[in-house]
Ligand binder design. Structure first.
Ligand code: ACO
Length: 706
């Protein structure tokens, strides 16, 4: 990142508007008006070729070109039609402008990719960066900069928003006032011809006025860089991802391909990157409020303080739902808190001070709790009563936080009531304490602070990429298949590659005759499994192409003939390579591993339980490769069927460590062969008791089109 150049774009000291107009209603007029009305602290230069005629726009001298401007220009807002933009960029380059804010539409979003690239090329030839095109512009409260056609600066705050939708940015701008969630910067990113979301996050992470980055994403261009930048970021990042339909899923050739919708892969990438995912626009605002105002919750002990049992129970339910389940407060804290409640109150957790609770009790309990080492975060709830004043309660909570001197534990609040409660909550937010109208939302907001502490721990784990010396051998197998005109490997080829990368595959050999099958079966040892090998028969069982538990020579001979006959009648013109004879792996828990080469994030792993769990329940989870063994263990833990691997109903736990190592090796394989493999499955993989490992029983690799 060239910070100085991006400073010029996002915090310019001077702005030229190329295409400034004297006609109200035009974008070139609106941007000038917005800059003036926001009381921009830098210099504003309107540019219009008819400068001699127009002379002034809204009292500002107009210049015919940027090169006529006397002082330096940091950013040029471009509001001329698309065809003129390259010429405008050229002039800005000559003037040594740092960045172009290209509001103009009519580029790659309507197929004009070359025109867009031309603008970027010109900009780069002069060392400039391009924001957009096809954007609303950029806004910064701390610079009083509204270099956009959004109507006004947002409510001031510590979060900054990067939005791929211009219209949504304008809507959020207005909603900051009704939602009382403040932002410092609003950045419209548009077509991302040059400056990407990752670039912007990197810059915002260094911005002294931003404490949290909020993203509205439709589709990333540089998925892996996005993950890297987010991992390194020291500020919370929240993303709302739109467009969650299963891209490419319909055309997928493997199991994994059909399960890997954008929603799953993006979800996995966000998790690995340490990005919190907002569920909807409401949630985006709620999380932005807590993450921009409060510190992360570093432990799991949440305390709920309330004057009403009902809201306390609602909050308790929510705590469980959002993975911060309540535990009873320690005895010493309970004893201390007793002084702030009647006998019939409860100091356990939720701490119910009852409807008798007034200012002192709220202040006393909150302060005690904050100072107690057991407590990691607090949700304070209040139901409006006739004997209390909501604003005074709010002030008591604030005073407790101030007087405690504790700055590293988060507090969120919920007041349930009418206009007086709403006013009290506005006061709290203005004083840095996130407040919400419903108890479950306050719990959700603090759970996000807990999750943030968590994801940051994971995101900063080191990645161990296994070195592999077998790439050449794998490529040789792949090239032979390509030379054969195939875009998928046979089971035996796929298993050879898996084995090269250290995956525990079953012994598998190809037989081209009955006699060969018998001698291979003897070599492996009975019982064996036999399966048809044909690039034209992907679903072998459906074709009657699989026979299991063959115990002797006779059974092998019979199976050979039956499988051949079945395959020929299933697909008479099928190209049959032969029949594999393989070791009959003992029974184990069936799981599936697989991969897709995601268009945004590249090689991505899938793990799930096999059989009906994957077919019907789609109980699977994803990670962008490479996956460490530690991350793989978390994948095993996060599927709904996790207890099955942990050992249920008297069964011994499965060998999770061996499975995790297999996931790790698999992920290294798909990364190493990213240019070659489009999708793959190891299905089933049988997992045995602890210490007894796992076996890949069947394998499929689909190649990339070249
Ligand atoms: N240098 C400077 N000014 C120039 C130059 C030049 N080389 N050439 C022409 N101009 C002036 C024009 O004379 C005009 O000024 P005038 O009013 O004094 O005549 C001004 O630049 C603007 O040019 P127009 O031809 O009048 O263009 P218009 O204002 O109609 O449209 C615009 C330009 C707004 C950039 C349009 O092409 C466009 O892209 N609109 C869409 C913008 C948009 O929606 N962006 C995405 C936002 S995201 C969302 O969806 C909300």
């Amino acid at each position: 990142m060239n910070k100085e150049v991006l400073d010029g774009l996002f915090r310019p000291k001077s702005v030229a508007v190329v295409g400034a107009s004297a006609q109200p209603g035009k974008i070139g007029y609106t941007v000038i008006k917005n800059l003036i009305e926001a009381q921009y602290i830098g210099k504003i230069y309107p540019i219009n070729p008819k400068a001699d005629e127009i002379k002034e726009i809204l009292g500002l001298k107009v210049y015919p070109t940027v090169t006529d401007v006397p002082g330096p220009i940091d950013a040029a807002v471009i509001t001329v039609p698309a065809k003129i933009v390259p010429q405008a960029a050229e002039e800005c380059g000559k003037k040594k402008v740092k960045g172009l804010i290209v509001i103009t539409s009519g580029f790659s979003e309507v197929g004009e990719k070359d025109l867009e690239q031309q603008v970027v090329d010109i900009a780069h030839s002069y060392g400039m960066r391009v924001l957009g095109p096809n954007i609303v512009g950029t806004l910064s409260n701390s610079d009083r900069l509204n270099a956009s056609f959004a109507p006004f600066l947002p409510l001031a705050g510590k979060a900054s928003l990067v939005s791929q939708s211009g219209a949504l940015l304008i809507a959020i701008d207005a909603a900051t006032f009704t939602r009382r969630v403040g932002f410092d910067k609003l950045i419209s990113i548009g077509n991302m011809s040059d400056v990407s979301i990752a670039d912007t996050i990197e810059w915002l992470n260094e911005d002294e006025n931003t404490s949290c980055v909020t993203l509205y994403i439709e589709g990333l261009k540089d998925g892996r860089r996005f993950i890297d930048v987010c991992k390194k970021a020291t500020k919370p990042i929240i993303a709302l991802k739109a467009g969650v339909s299963a891209h490419g899923a319909a055309a997928a050739a493997s199991h994994t391909g059909s399960l890997a919708g954008a929603v799953k892969v993006y979800g996995a990438a966000f998790q690995q990157a340490g990005v919190l995912q907002a569920t909807d626009l409401d949630n985006l605002f709620d999380l932005t409020l807590s993450l921009s105002l409060q510190p992360p919750m570093r432990g799991e002990n949440l305390l709920i303080i309330t004057n009403g049992g009902g809201v306390g129970v609602l909050a308790t339910d929510a705590a469980e739902r959002y993975n911060v389940p309540l535990k009873f407060a320690p005895a010493d804290l309970q004893a201390e808190m007793r002084q702030y409640m009647p006998d019939y109150g409860s100091p356990k957790n939720p701490v119910d001070m009852t409807g008798m609770a007034g200012n002192e009790w709220y202040q006393g309990t909150t302060q005690l709790a904050l100072k107690h080492p057991w407590v990691d975060g607090i949700v304070v709830l209040y139901c409006e009563t006739a004997i209390t004043n909501p604003l005074e309660i709010a002030q008591s909570i604030y005073k407790a936080v101030q007087d405690s001197g504790v700055k590293d534990k988060p507090v969120t609040v919920s007041f349930v009531g009418g206009e007086r409660s709403a006013e009290a909550m506005r006061w709290l937010v203005e004083h840095g304490i996130p407040a919400y109208g419903a108890p479950d939302v306050a719990v959700n907001a603090i759970s996000a602070l807990r999750e943030y502490a968590h994801v940051k721990e994971f995101a900063n784990e080191d990645i161990e990429i296994c070195q592999n010396d077998h790439r050449d051998a794998a490529i040789e197998i792949i090239n032979a298949a390509r030379a054969d005109g195939r875009d998928s490997l046979t089971e035996i080829e796929a298993k050879q590659i898996f084995a090269l990368y250290g995956l525990p595959v079953t012994q598998t050999y190809l037989a081209k005759s009955e006699e060969e099958a018998v001698s291979l079966a003897r070599k492996i040892g009975y019982p064996v499994v036999m399966k048809i090998v044909s690039p034209d028969i992907l679903h072998k069982s459906d074709a009657g192409g699989v026979k299991v538990n063959l115990k002797d020579d006779h059974a092998v001979r019979e199976a050979y003939t039956t499988i051949m006959n079945n395959a020929k009648s299933y697909k008479p013109d099928a190209n049959i390579h032969g029949i594999v004879v393989q070791e009959m792996a003992p029974w184990g828990t069936e799981v599936i591993l697989g991969s897709v080469n995601d268009p945004t994030f590249g090689p991505t792993m899938m793990f799930g339980l096999g059989g009906i769990f994957v077919e019907v329940l789609k109980d699977v989870t994803f990670r962008v490769a490479p996956v460490t063994t530690k991350q793989a263990i978390r994948m095993l833990d996060e599927i709904r069927g996790a207890p099955i691997l942990a050992g249920v109903r008297g069964e011994k736990p499965r060998d999770r460590q061996a499975l995790a190592e297999t996931v790790c090796k698999y992920s290294n394989m798909i990364l190493d062969l990213a240019d070659e493999i489009s999708e793959s499955d190891a299905n089933p993989v049988l997992v045995y008791e602890e210490g007894k490992g796992a076996k890949v029983v069947d394998a499929r690799i689909i190649l990339k089109n070249k």
